[in-house]
Write a protein that binds this ligand. Structure first.
Ligand code: DGJ
Length: 719
């Protein structure tokens, strides 16, 4: 069983795959974390106080115990996992275990995204209840462990069973001692158009903290943190990691104490969060997923990919091949009419493209980004037959129809804003900071949620629409709801996220056949929370193929290829000014959900025929890129070459992709050593050459790349 209780040792071992996570109830009923690492036999870990205490008279016991849910006031000095200010104004809290039980499967979290199990055998859960007697605070710590991977999830549910209000000042979904020092940390850092670059840095005494206070997970950091042995690499060494299934402001930290012990924490950002729990009220934290690998970063990524692909993403599109699309954004921006769009669509249909996505500018009076967000009515000047007429014409060409929305926003120049100026996030008496000439609707308010549900649903019911791109193009300022009393104002950001999740759940479940893709100025909200509602995300507004190597490589740290939108755009590239061959642009994009984002009518005949071949190549490999195990082989962060591969679960089908940026003279041919093959199989390439799996893995596949920005893709199949 994944959760084994040892009454004698008062421990619970959560084990799966090659991993164990061991909790213990000590003599004073503190909940302790004794171990997280390679699998151990259940009941084999015991608590010995002498393993933890220095017995120096000045040191307080609670600063040295491996607390699983640290709280303030009696000797813990870090950020508390549960921070509570009580009605007397102090924050002293004492949590003692009062009961625990084991449950089959995994529960969902009310109103929040979370991993799920499809059968009771896949996962098992442990529910530990702790209370603070003086205030009546009840904490339910809900753990689940997945049998095949050993991934552990944790969420905390707080309930005020007392008679006076409590204020939650911090609530960390994971706060786990990693009983080692001398570790490195890895996180995904960036900015607009260069998201999720892999940063590796030694963790030293003190605290390393990444965060977002922007009301979105953000371009700047991703809600993910890993700690690893200093000598860990892609394929070996221990990695402890946590991803946060949430799309709003977050923090993740690694704190090394004065005894060299490290604690990893992940949760909502306490700088921009507090919550009043009136008597009888409860609050559930978002879920953290903790993944351990002793096979380096690639080992960790494989576990996340499998979970996020099929136990986080939901709906009919989870397991379907994703359509090859054409998006008009970089092709036309706002400057289009139906005739222009249909000329692109006509070419798209000739190439075998399956979906036409109409991006920003189809509604209200929107000819630039200065108006109309909130007014979701079609612009008949641009589309005289309305959305239904346009959709019919696309379908007659054999194309499905996709539509862009930015439902969380309002333009000051819009009918919606003129009717409801109080519906945006704002603070009375202060100016409303605009970004991209827009404000953010206050999704914490039920009437705003209802407006969005009804406006978007109305459009989706008005025509045959097969795909939605759900965009969000600015971060929060004046992030307070006019409808909340002063003591609850700091609840706004989290209430916004709960409101957004309600809206997304309602719309995606009402239109189950529509494929939804999330977006936020590219990848500004590429997080596990959004993947629960929409199985794919626009990776970045940077479509330059060279930059995309880093983008897709970094994103693959925890996100599967099936979640990444990847498009071929025009050259010179609109973000970098760089010109890269059509072949390389296609070879990079085929490793994600492939599309074009350019004006196809401007391609030469030769380019069109190359694009047509590309579409058929994509269709032939997309099952493999969606299901296959992804291996990072050569890093774009390390030099000229990048290589990755996809290997089918039965190891018989392989796609190797190799890229070179600036060519270097007089270099030896590149040998790429593959991973994850069966050494005994013999693999044949399309050109007839045959190699054993052992040779491909241990000696390598020799690749000749010439010229700047070149690429090589080969399919290898076991004979
Ligand atoms: C930002 C997105 O990332 C782009 O792809 C495009 O949809 C624009 N918004 C439209 O305004």
């Amino acid at each position: 069983m994944p959760v084994e209780t040892s009454s004698e040792n008062r421990t619970w071992s959560l084990s799966g795959g090659n991993v164990s996570y061991v909790l213990h109830q000590d003599d004073q009923d503190h909940l302790l974390n004794l171990y997280w690492g390679p699998r151990l036999p259940a009941g084999s870990v015991c608590f010995h106080p002498e393993d933890y205490y220095t017995f120096a008279s000045f040191d307080l016991p609670l600063s040295q115990l491996p607390l699983e849910i640290p709280v303030c006031g009696s000797g813990w000095y870090g950020t508390p996992a549960v921070g509570i200010r009580n009605a007397c104004g102090d924050d002293v809290t004492s949590l003692r275990v009062i009961s625990a039980d084991v449950l089959p499967g995994k529960e969902s979290l009310p109103g929040l995204p979370a991993l799920y199990a499809e059968s009771a055998e896949e996962a098992e859960s442990l529910r530990v209840i702790l209370t603070d007697d003086l205030t009546g605070l009840k904490v339910t710590a809900l753990y689940s462990v997945f049998a095949s991977s050993g991934a552990v999830t944790r969420s905390l549910r707080l309930e005020n069973t007392g008679s006076a209000p409590l204020t939650v000042t911090s609530l960390l979904s994971a706060s786990v001692p990693v009983w080692d020092g001398g570790l490195d940390a890895v996180h995904l850092n960036g900015a607009w158009a260069r998201e999720r670059r892999i940063i590796r840095t030694p963790v030293r005494e003190g605290e390393l903290r990444i965060s977002s206070a922007r009301g979105a997970s953000g371009h700047e950091e991703n809600p993910f943190l890993a700690l690893c042995d200093r000598n860990a690499d892609e394929f070996s060494g221990r990695v402890w990691s946590s991803a946060f299934i949430y799309s709003g402001s977050f923090m993740a930290s690694a704190r090394v104490d004065n005894f060299g012990h490290t604690r990893m924490s992940v949760g909502m950002n306490p700088d921009v969060f507090s919550w009043v729990l009136a008597p009888g009220e409860s609050l559930c934290s978002p879920e953290a997923v903790m993944v351990f690998s002793d096979q380096g970063f690639n080992g960790m990524s494989c576990l996340y990919h499998a979970l996020f692909r099929s136990r986080l993403a939901r709906g009919v599109w989870r397991d379907r091949p994703r359509p090859v699309l054409i998006n008009n954004w970089e092709g036309t921006y706002f400057d289009f009419n139906e005739e222009k769009l249909l000329s692109i669509a006509g070419k798209a249909s000739e190439l075998g493209i399956e979906l036409f996505v109409l991006d920003d500018g189809w509604f209200g009076e929107r000819d630039s980004d200065n108006c109309s967000l909130g007014d979701w009515t079609v612009n008949l000047r641009k589309l005289p037959g309305g959305l239904s007429g346009f959709s019919e014409k696309l379908h007659a060409l054999g194309l499905d129809f996709g539509l862009w929305f930015e439902p969380e926003m309002v333009s000051p120049n819009s009918n919606l804003y003129r009717s409801h100026p109080d519906w945006c996030l704002h603070v009375e008496g202060r100016s409303r900071t605009q970004a991209r000439q827009q404000l953010i609707l206050d999704l914490s308010r039920p009437e705003v949620q209802e407006y969005i549900i009804s406006a978007v649903s109305g459009v989706l019911s008005s025509a045959e629409i097969n795909y939605v791109k759900w965009d969000m193009n600015r971060n929060m300022t004046e992030a307070f709801s006019a409808s909340l009393p002063s003591e609850r104002k700091k609840e706004t950001q989290h209430r916004y996220m709960l409101g957004l999740y309600h809206v997304l759940e309602t719309i995606t479940s009402s239109f189950p056949e529509i494929l939804f893709e999330s977006c936020s100025g590219g990848g500004g909200r590429f997080d596990p929370g959004m993947l629960y509602y929409m199985p794919q995300t626009w990776t970045s507004d940077d479509t330059d193929a060279v930059e995309r190597l880093k983008l897709q490589y970094g994103t693959s740290m925890i996100y599967p290829a099936s979640s990444m939108g990847a498009h071929v755009s025009a050259v010179p590239n609109h973000q970098t000014g760089r010109s890269v061959s059509l072949k390389m642009r296609g070879d990079v994009a085929l490793s994600g959900n492939f599309g074009f984002e350019l004006d196809l009518t401007k391609l030469t005949d030769a380019e069109l025929s190359e694009a047509k071949e590309m579409v058929s190549l994509v269709k032939s490999v997309r099952d493999l890129t969606r299901h296959g195990t992804f291996w990072r082989l050569l890093s774009p962060f390390d030099g000229t070459y990048t290589a990755w591969s996809f290997v089918s679960p039965d190891q018989r089908d392989v796609l190797l992709c190799v890229f070179s940026t600036l060519s270097v003279p007089n270099t030896a041919p590149l040998r790429v050593r593959l991973r994850g093959l069966n050494p005994a199989f013999r693999y044949a390439a399309e050109n007839g050459s045959v190699c054993s799996g052992a040779v491909l893995m241990y000696q390598g596949y020799t690749v000749f790349l010439r010229g700047d920005f070149s690429s090589f893709v080969v399919r290898l199949k076991a004979l």
